[in-house]
Design a protein around this ligand. Sequence first.
Ligand SMILES: [Zn+2]
Length: 297
Amino acid sequence: MTQKPNLARHAGRLLTAGAVALALGAGMTQAANSAPGEAVAVGAEAKVQPKVQPKAQPKKPKFQLPFECGTAWQLNTWGHNPALDIVVHRNTGSDGKKMRASAAGKVASTYWNKGSGNTVQINHGGGWFTAYYHLKDKHNKYVKKGDKVQSHTQIGRIGSSGGTGWAHLHFEQRYKKGATSTAEKDRVPVYFNGKKYTGSGAEWKKVISHNCSKPKPTRWCTYKVVKKVHKRSWAGTKYASEGTLSKGAKVTLGQNGTSSPGGQLWQRAKLTGGADNKGPWVRGSSQYVKKVSPSCR
Ligand SMILES: [Zn+2]
């Protein structure tokens, strides 16, 4: 029961989408380049000329959605593929939501532009960049040029600054070999967590952020489920459910004392799933699970 992005493409919405995109103004005119970081078939040549080492492709960072682990988002390319416009899942209000970096890197620039509004650009090394438009607060409020950032570093909040009338994050991944800064002409198809999100007029209704810190269970113990409990993408009831464990089921849980902001104990299950693919989380209180003995390893 892992979360899968909705890959349905709504071709019928293209006209509306185009109109929205036109209203946005920013970032609309540049055509997409091909993605230089994409895999190229070098194997055949290498066989013919075994002495010629194929040049290593610059390593693409493992980009993640630039939001808290486990949260859900809607992605649209509208008429400006491969750039994405991102709003919270079901578009229930994105204004002011915290934004993180898409991967670790160094801030290449922060600036104001009448189209993109408050803008941040991050250099991830190897020619790879990300750009974030329409931020709510002043462009250098959270980070400034030269700052090192981690994927969990807050770089701003979603807003509607510049040439747009609605709160959303306009997001781009860019590639330019050897560059210290990039422009819209350098943008390439967007990947999150190793999956490609690109295509003209494409929409993904629910994509879960895998922008997660490393899990650190200290030891694994066996439990019996005493009341049906949800498996969640991250520790907290606000995160997406990945189905339930029914009463009577046995489950191995990692104990690291993780609490949600409400103070409830959460444990990581040794199962597939979770926003970082390291296992889903379940409520750890004795109301839901009881230790089986002998139990811990
Ligand atoms: Zn946009």
